[in-house]
Design a protein around this ligand. Sequence first.
Ligand SMILES: *[C@@H]1O[C@H](CO)[C@@H](O)[C@H](O)[C@H]1NC(C)=O
Length: 486
Amino acid sequence: MRAAAVAALVAVTIGVAVNEVAGASNYLATCYYGTWAVYRPGDGKFDVEDFDPMLCTHGIYGFAGLDEATHKIKSLDPWNDLYDNYGKGAYMRFTDLKKRNPELKTLLGIGGWNEGSTKYSEMAASASFRQTFIASVVDFLKTYNFDGLDLDWEYPAERGGKTIDKEDYVQLIKEIKEAFKPEGFLLTAAVGPGKTTIDDSYKLTEMAKYLDIFNVMAYDYHGSWETYTGHVSPPYMSPLDITNEMETFNVNFTVNYYLDGGVPKEKMAMGIPLYGHGFTLNDPAVHGLYAPANQPQPACPYTRQAGICGFNEICTMLNEGGWTTVRDPDQQAVYSYKDRIWVGYDDLESVKIKTDYIKSLGLAGSMVWSVETDDFRGLCGFGTKNPLMTAIWTNLNGDIPTPVPHTTTPRPTGPTASPEPTMSPTEICKKAGLNPNPVKKCSPIFYDCVQNGDHWIVTMEVCAAGTVFDGSLDTCVWISQSDECD
Ligand SMILES: *[C@@H]1O[C@H](CO)[C@@H](O)[C@H](O)[C@H]1NC(C)=O
């Protein structure tokens, strides 16, 4: 009876929240999550529960992969992604973010830069491989409760792919869309920024028939693969762009090229980087745009890769002082330098310029790569966590909606938060519904089990501080009220 009362209360709360959320978002805010950030050290570690579902309309889990031998979708990190074999179940925990924001769509991204192009080229070239792939995707999305697929094949007909990929890619998304229709799944794709890639890889008007959203990766225009400084994602051209090609290395070019090529503005989410590309200047006295720089910026502490740093790392660095920050009036982009280090990135002013641009063109909305490099812990003094994503949301959609309260109460925060299940689902789920912690009596941890075919979908929950889950009452109670506590 007690449990029923709790359930009724929760149902009422959700009903109110849905209406609030539905009225709030006029523009898409697509948010990619690079899940390997869970392995970053210290304050760089970003787990699913660090994802703020109220700042996004679409969350994309990056990435699943393609199995070369079977042509089926597969987990690239089973221990993190799945609950199988004592795994951490990040897929299910990610799709569970919908409990906090019922308006959130969660998609699974497949591919990404490191997956390469050749496997996708082979799969897309054969009708039977495509069929195998698509069936595996539908099954996968259902199993883990995703709302759709984001295809990140980088790129058709490039990086070892074949010229015919351009046609095969259209055939592939056409067939995926057909299979998705009865399921109500979304099909989106990440598409490249460069003119050459767009020309080589995409038949845009055909793609527009089948894709729900084009996530335009409007960044990585310049970086330490070049021998001079340049901005990761300049909104506009610079008079210093002295070649025809350089004139295309800006957001305004890419967006207009997609629009002119036949992508409807209502289907375009414009990418904004939550990271920067950095360089080591050859001469500290020559520190402008396109200054000689043969070396990347040394690696930052969390991302640990020379030449690329998260906004969280950049804002921490800038707060240490001694930096000169320049906003280029032509590109309308910001960079900072100190001694021999030079880094271009997007700050609050940049995202204002970009979201104003999105609104002025009437695009579908924004996309960010990626949530784990915003100042997600709020350590840089902006007065909020996720300052860039917060600015994007409020500039596009106004107030941030309120999350639906947890079935019990929010998980405790701090270093001991989010303890992870240490057993397989079958050991945890003795019945459908709520189950107590099987290894410890008088514990605040409990599990919500939903049967899906032959396996359990498990969500770990935590009772509020001072309360524990009581198996006989099926709810959280004060420690003094539970017979399970001595
Ligand atoms: C943006 O691109 C459009 C289309 O190419 C062009 O007409 C316009 O001048 C560009 N805006 C700026 C500020 O460069």
